[in-house]
Design a protein around this ligand. Structure first.
Ligand code: MF3
Ligand code: CO
Ligand code: CO
Length: 246
């Protein structure tokens, strides 16, 4: 689970590309844009950078990015029919493979004016990610990360999705260890320098149960409540975490 300096340099480049792609979307995403258009932008920016979109054909996934709107928790598939509407909340999850190394990052986009309820969910979910990152240093544990997220989400009356977790990454898309976004302090894998993994909490306004649609990918909240997600790829440093995708 520990990367070499050479691997970390390569992973950092891939992570910076995913960040740059998401930054470039900030000015383009607005009401009236189809999720298919986002897919085209991400695909073209990735290929133009000499990289490969990791989602495309990954276990049969048909597109180059995941676009997850409102009650969609994750793995939403871009389509020409789904056009962004005022009030939607959207997660765009970009994973790039550059020179054999992976960078994985997602963030939320507010489409036009959104309800106070939706804005609050998005903001608290972002706070969950950053509180979790504060737990990362040599000697702290996977359960410390999960606990920080779960405590903050549940304090606001939200629930933490159990069915999907953060993950080691860098040389493959999904590596050990799993990083659950719930848990108990002082439990689980102990962090050591140069481990690389994602933290990507999925937080629901209602219950945590997940339903996967007939397409085999799109994961929605079983109760139809809103869901938000933010993701970074991190490296354990001697005194904390390097946010590789920031
Ligand atoms: N990027 C997602 C993650 O954070 C995984 C997407 S798998 C795909 O782990 F096949 F849907 F792209
Ligand atoms: Co991930
Ligand atoms: Co991701």
């Amino acid at each position: 689970m520990v990367k070499t300096e050479k691997q970390i340099a390569g992973i950092r480049k891939a992570c910076h590309l995913t960040r740059d792609i998401l930054n470039a979307l900030e000015d383009r995403i607005s009401p009236g844009i189809a999720t298919e258009q986002i897919n085209t932008w991400v695909h073209e920016m990735t290929v133009n950078a000499g990289a490969t979109p990791a989602p495309l054909n990954y276990r049969g996934y048909p597109k180059s990015v995941c676009t997850s709107i409102n009650e969609v928790i994750c793995h939403g598939i871009p389509t020409p029919e789904r056009v962004l509407q005022e009030g939607d909340i959207l997660n765009v999850d970009v994973t790039s493979i550059l020179e054999g190394y992976y960078g994985d990052c997602s963030r939320m986009f507010l489409i036009g004016e959104v309800s106070n309820e939706a804005r609050k969910l998005v903001e608290v979910t972002r706070e969950c990610l950053y509180r979790a990152i504060e737990q990362v240093r040599p000697g702290s544990r996977v359960g410390d990360v999960g606990h920080a997220i779960q405590a903050h989400a549940e304090r606001h009356g939200y629930s933490v999705v159990r069915a999907f977790v953060g993950h080691g990454t860098g040389v493959e898309f999904h590596e050990a260890p799993d990083i659950p976004h719930y848990g108990s302090p002082g439990t689980g894998t102990i962090f050591v320098p140069n481990m690389v993994f994602t933290i990507e909490p999925m937080i629901n306004a209602g219950g945590f149960h997940v339903t996967v649609l007939e397409d085999g990918w799109t994961a929605v909240t079983s109760d139809g409540s809103l869901s938000a997600q933010w993701e970074h790829t991190l490296r354990v440093m001697e005194d904390g975490a390097e946010i590789l995708t920031e």
